[in-house]
Design a protein around this ligand. Structure first.
Ligand code: SAM
Length: 225
């Protein structure tokens, strides 16, 4: 029986990969990568010569049986995404579930993901939190928000730059303009910065400084300022 390794890769800074991740990627017989061109930069940098195949949201359903038969036949396979931990707002979950249902060993290495540094450096309560990932743009968005409007744990969201301001305006209306927020941008990269303040101040700030790059929003829970 083979083994499926979930391997986190850097979210911006190439140095943020573990020794173990490099070793696992080198010793695996196959790497499934969300985008083989993106990942080849990382693999070349660390002189990882393992064959790669594309595994992304458009082919993941189709590939499940094929990948699981390879694992069943004894192959050691690693899955990586463009950045961070596969399965966290990235493909990975379906394969983990199917592999486990077939009693295939699954191991996720600890490593980079954007939500944890954003939460920990936000200054908001980090002992209890919920991760909402990307909110749906339209259908189901209000329901998701209504479910968390009275949430007391710190709330974490992923957001794209072109939707950031609209989302902050909506959060300000929903959670209240005085609710504390931390917006982290470009974590681990050259232009990393974190805005901390009230939601109304975040709206003003990002109205004056058009958002660029990748963002994580951490909102204080209710009575959790
Ligand atoms: N699998 C990744 C993880 O473990 O964090 C997340 C992938 S998801 C497709 C991409 C989103 O993650 C971005 O839109 C942004 O919200 C967040 N993200 C990823 N890298 C980031 C970074 N360096 N700084 C801030 N946010 C980041």
């Amino acid at each position: 029986m083979g083994e499926l390794f979930i391997v986190p890769t850097p979210i911006g800074n190439l140095a943020d990969i573990t020794y173990r991740a490099v070793a696992v990627l080198k010793s695996a017989e196959l790497i499934l990568a969300e985008d083989t061109r993106t990942s080849s930069k990382l693999l070349n940098h660390y002189e990882i010569k393992t064959p790669m195949q594309a595994y992304h949201m458009h082919n993941e359903h189709r590939k499940l049986d094929e990948v699981c038969s390879k694992l069943n036949a004894g192959m050691s396979i690693a899955i990586i995404s463009d950045a961070g931990t596969p399965g966290i707002s990235d493909p990975g979950f379906l394969l983990v579930r199917q592999a486990l249902s077939l009693n295939i060993k699954v191991t996720c290495l600890p490593g980079p993901t954007a939500l944890i540094p954003a939460l920990v450096q936000s200054g908001l309560t980090s002992d209890r939190f919920i991760f909402e990932g990307f909110l749906p743009p339209k259908k189901g968005r209000n329901k998701r928000l209504q479910n968390i409007v009275n949430e007391t744990r710190t709330l974490i969201f992923y957001e794209s730059p072109h939707k950031l301001l609209k989302t902050l305006i909506q959060f300000s209306e929903l959670f209240g303009a005085d609710r504390t927020v931390a917006v982290s941008r470009e974590l681990s990269k050259m232009f990393e910065e974190t805005f901390r303040g009230k939601l109304s101040e975040a709206v003003d700030y990002f109205s004056a400084h058009p958002p660029k790059g990748e963002f994580v929003i951490c909102v204080a829970g209710l009575q959790n300022k």
